[in-house]
Design a protein around this ligand. Sequence first.
Ligand SMILES: Cc1ncc(COP(=O)(O)O)c(C=O)c1O
Length: 393
Amino acid sequence: MRKVYLDHAATTPLHPEVYSLMCRFMKDTFGNPSSIHSFGREARKWVEEARQQVADLIKASPEEIYFTSGGTEADNLAILGTAAARRKKGNHIITSSIEHHAVLDTCKYLEKNGYEVTFLPVDRYGMVDPDDVRKAIRRDTILISIMHANNEIGTIEPIEEISRIAREHEVIFHTDAVQTAGKIPVNVEALGVDLLTLSSHKIYGPKGIGALYKRKGLRLLPVVHGGGQEKKLRSGTENTIGIVGFGKAAEIAARDLEEEHDRTKRLRDRLVRGILEKIPEVRLNGHPEKRLPHNANFSFAYVEGESMLLSLDLKGIAASSGSACSSRALEPSHVLTAIGLPYELIHGSLRMTLGRANDEEDIDYVLEVLPEIVNRLRSFSPLAQKHPVGSAG
Ligand SMILES: Cc1ncc(COP(=O)(O)O)c(C=O)c1O
């Protein structure tokens, strides 16, 4: 059976060049990068080369890159580290209602510990209004955290405008760029951010490794304490194998960015066009233009997302409903709720995210299989019987 992987926003396979480099490194280099002997120095050399590669991906300098165990930890470090470092200045944080749980739940944790958090609404496309950010700023605001692009619906946020507002008010600005780095250009200077989160496994690198970009001179307190690695900001012996793989993945992502961007966007547009043409009563969620090139998120009326996923899986197609991390729990997606989708359409949602593995034949296969699945599931739905599909409304 044909296998089609359309869940690249959840994770990506290792790039073959990343895999071979990691194998070579694992075989020959085991030193602790903090050791001063030749084994340690050799490992240190690899780690610093990877730091440079990651920095290059986002046009930062290597001293501004701090390796963490992934995007989740980098988000935690950005938020908790700023909250602790700026406690005397204030206790108010601004974020959006569509952030990844790594940001949302960290902010909720702070709320329970004496901080105040404003969760900004978004419009029907999932866009944060910079004016709302401006209005929410108070004298005691210490941090604004708004994601670069949303992992479920792919909407790209107006980060440059928001960072300008943050700077005018001398508020630290963090963005979670887990879904954008390596997919669209990410330049920390142009974006005007102070802190930026990265994750390796979304860009064909290994899992369990990520990084926080911290602008030079910005004060942050550590969350993990110990041996003082990563310039005392993130203790713990470095995940050298992961770091080396992440570095290579970042180098490849930067090298191929334009080509992959255009290729996946063409395929995604073919997929979106095909679905909207072939299936009635379906809507595309997220912004029509300002969206990630590989993201397509739909809501199908009178169909249950989980049933669609299982039926697709039986045909060898991997997609997701709601956000990948929470798709085990059948709670309605907080992102689709925030854009104002009614409950039934939230439960009829399907996310397909494309990547290097996909070609035109994959898309055509999905366009052949999905309409049949939706038709079959609708034929079981009492709601579809009451509102025959194809009729207006
Ligand atoms: C926007 C966003 N932030 C953070 C994360 C968490 O990253 P990690 O899996 O590396 O912890 C994810 C993963 O899905 C994500 O999509």
